[in-house]
Design a protein around this ligand. Structure first.
Ligand code: CDV
Length: 316
């Protein structure tokens, strides 16, 4: 039986700084209902989906910063998402700021979880590639202080099994925003035979250190996810928090990419929107067993020699 999994890319439009978690969860529940009505098995929300993208502001008060983090998952505001998953028999990916008490200290991560249709967390990932800066940089139109507010994720890139029912099992992986620009993200998951990579993001159109890239923001968004999908024979679902959020224009361009590298579904607005695709997980094998048959064609020994040499061959 074909392993067809119907997936919804649940893009969110802007979230205002004063918008409450409860208001955002209401918007997410509306997208979950729509997804269910369209036969979805899984819905993917953006990075830091429960609040505005707070790293755009320099804040000194730890209490204010911590107001953007979740201390429990599910917590009082997010329990409704888990209940809806069970009621609708619909899994979801959710990005959020995680505040964890670990080893006697408080740690903060940019985190994503995947929850199955029984409301059980089946995968957890903490963002590894943190972009931006750690100190206030007043020359920027807006800040990008992920290096200040989060620690580098400590869970690696774990692939995990998901059961969609009716004999449809698959191997999923997660990444968050800037991770999608790095080939290592997909390759590490590819080496674990991943069949679908779920990615939420918040990407401003304007890149303060390199404004010459602004006009290419959609092209680069598609380029990295399409090549990551093709080169690893996997589906990729990339979902934006989009639109003008607190004066910062963010790209939408949420897409679902097939293992061929082709975009098979896309959002066309910068608001709350669902793009849906029927994803045949068996299509991955056509790439994993041929062009990207790692066991047959990868040459890790050769790569190691190049890495150990640390740079180009010295001039003769
Ligand atoms: N949230 C992000 O990781 N955003 C980055 C921006 C700063 C370029 C991104 O790669 O989209």
């Amino acid at each position: 039986m074909a392993r067809i999994v119907t997936v919804g890319a649940a893009q969110l439009g802007p979230i205002a700084r004063l918008e409450t978690r409860a208001q955002v969860v209401d918007r997410m529940l509306a997208l979950m209902s729509e997804a269910k009505g369209n036969g979805c098995d899984l819905i993917v929300f953006p990075e830091l989906a429960l609040t505005t993208f707070f790293p755009r502001w320099y804040m000194e008060s730890q209490a204010e910063i911590d107001g953007f983090f979740e201390r429990a998952m599910p917590g009082p505001d997010t329990q409704r998402l888990f209940d809806a998953a069970q009621r609708l028999q619909l899994g979801f990916y959710l990005g959020y700021g995680e505040l964890a008490e670990q080893g006697g200290r408080t740690r903060r991560f940019n985190t994503a979880i995947t929850v199955d249709k029984n409301g059980r967390v089946i995968g957890k990932y903490r963002k590894i590639h943190l972009p931006g800066h750690a100190e206030h940089e007043p020359w920027r139109r807006f800040q990008h202080l992920e290096k200040r507010y989060f620690e580098v994720g400590d869970l690696g890139f774990p692939a995990f099994h998901a059961d969609f029912g009716s004999g449809r099992q698959g191997i999923l992986g997660m990444a968050i925003c800037n991770d999608r620009r790095w080939p290592e993200t997909y390759r590490i998951l590819g080496l674990q035979a991943v069949e679908m990579v779920l990615i939420g993001y918040n990407t401003p159109v304007h890149n303060p250190p390199a404004p010459e890239h602004d006009a290419l923001s959609h092209f680069h968004n598609e380029l990295v996810m399409q090549s990551g999908a093709y080169q690893n024979g996997t589906w990729v679902v990339g979902v934006a928090k989009a639109g003008n959020e607190e004066g910062v224009e963010q790209i939408g361009n949420s897409i679902i990419v097939a293992p061929s590298g082709e975009i098979v579904a896309a959002c066309t607005t910068t608001g709350d929107e669902l793009a849906i695709a029927r994803c045949d997980l068996d299509l991955c094998a056509s790439y994993k067993n041929t062009t990207f048959n790692f066991a047959r064609h990868r040459e890790p020994e050769q790569y190691r020699m190049i890495v150990e040499r640390k740079g180009a061959v010295p001039p003769a």
